[in-house]
Design a protein around this ligand. Structure first.
Ligand SMILES: Nc1ncnc2c1ncn2[C@@H]1O[C@H](COP(=O)(O)OP(=O)(O)O)[C@@H](O)[C@H]1O
Ligand SMILES: [Mg+2]
Length: 315
């Protein structure tokens, strides 16, 4: 069964078409990632699915319910965690969770057990009786994330869940997402971090300018692009500068990008002729190669190719 079905969903803000007639389905239990540059329309899409804003046109079904007619039913079954922290500063972590559970009419004893389970999962149990105003940003964000899960929703939307989090908190939140997804919760995730997508998502939709450019599994995406973009990584003995590398290899027709990663040179290219050319140059110039290998493009490289944007790694 599909957890979510979206048909020709559209949203305008004055002259901007934030979401432009998109259609997709999310299977029950799936982790579905929406990625795309800033302004692509990811948050607007999530907000419409989470009933926060009204679409201009199109249809949304959530667990078989038509969203526009059955908002209340749908709201009980979904959770939304975004970067904006919605917590009462003067209440403790536990009081906050119980308060939000109350809004969903979760029985007190059930809420108590759920709060304990979730607080432990994000390593906040020992801080449960401290007020939120004493917490660091990372601690607040952890409580804020589990707030979205307190009513045991079947579908959870995470809009940039690790944006601006420290690495430790990011890892905790990522593990939490992985865990609830493994337990059968459907997850829809937006993120800038390609590593996050690679470690969590079953399928990916790439958005740009309100449209979905492609929906695919990571494997399909990579193998489709393998015939187009290839990468060669060369480890050279000589410590040549990136400028001289660009001079040497940048003249080749189908070389798309040259970069240096520690002592490794990475060259992205698009035709197999180019591979032979690269090898020819290495031999001709007597560059001493320690090792080299060719590989599938990363999601990041595919993303750049499709959208023309460099995803921002914000750690
Ligand atoms: N409340 C709003 N009012 C006006 N324009 C908006 C509003 N929300 C989003 N937009 C515009 O819609 C477009 C898509 O935004 P958004 O969905 O936030 O993109 P993303 O989450 O992919 O970065 C952007 O051009 C943004 O400026
Ligand atoms: Mg956004």
């Amino acid at each position: 069964m599909n957890a979510i079905e979206v048909e020709e969903l559209t949203k305008h803000f004055k002259s901007i078409t934030a979401v432009d007639s998109i259609s997709f389905e999310v299977k029950s239990g799936e982790c579905f990632a929406l990625i795309g540059p800033n302004g692509a329309g990811k948050s607007t899409t999530i907000k419409m699915l989470a009933t926060l804003i009204q679409p201009d046109s199109g249809r949304i079904h959530i667990m078989g319910h038509e969203l526009s007619h059955e908002k209340k039913k749908v709201r009980k079954r979904i959770g939304l965690a975004s970067e904006s922290v919605i917590l009462y500063e003067r209440l403790t972590a536990l009081e906050n969770l119980l308060f939000f559970a109350g809004l969903y009419h979760v029985p007190k004893s059930v809420a108590m057990r759920k709060a304990e389970e979730l607080l432990k999962l994000v390593e906040m149990w020992r801080w449960r009786n401290k007020t939120v105003d004493t917490f660091s940003a990372g601690m607040k964000q952890r409580v804020n994330t589990i707030r979205a899960l307190i009513h045991s929703p079947k579908i959870v939307f995470f809009d940039e869940p690790t944006l601006a989090l420290d690495p430790q908190t990011s890892l905790i939140v990522r593990n939490l997402i992985k865990r609830i997804n493994n337990n059968g919760t459907t997850v829809i995730l937006t993120t800038h971090l390609m590593k996050e997508v690679e470690s969590l998502a079953d399928r990916i939709a790439i958005m740009k300018s309100g449209k979905i450019l492609i929906i695919s599994t990571l494997e399909e995406l990579k193998s489709n692009f393998d015939s187009e973009v290839k990468k060669i990584t060369v480890k050279l003995e000589d410590n040549l500068s990136i400028e001289s590398m660009q001079k040497i290899f940048g003249t080749l027709k189908d070389v798309k990008k040259i970069s240096k990663n520690l002592d490794r040179l990475e060259i992205l290219y698009t035709s197999s002729n180019t591979f032979r050319e690269i090898m020819r140059i290495i031999t001709e110039k007597h560059l001493r190669v320690k090792s080299f290998n060719t590989s599938m493009p990363t999601l990041e490289e595919i993303f750049i190719k499709l959208t023309g944007y460099e995803p921002q790694e914000r750690v």
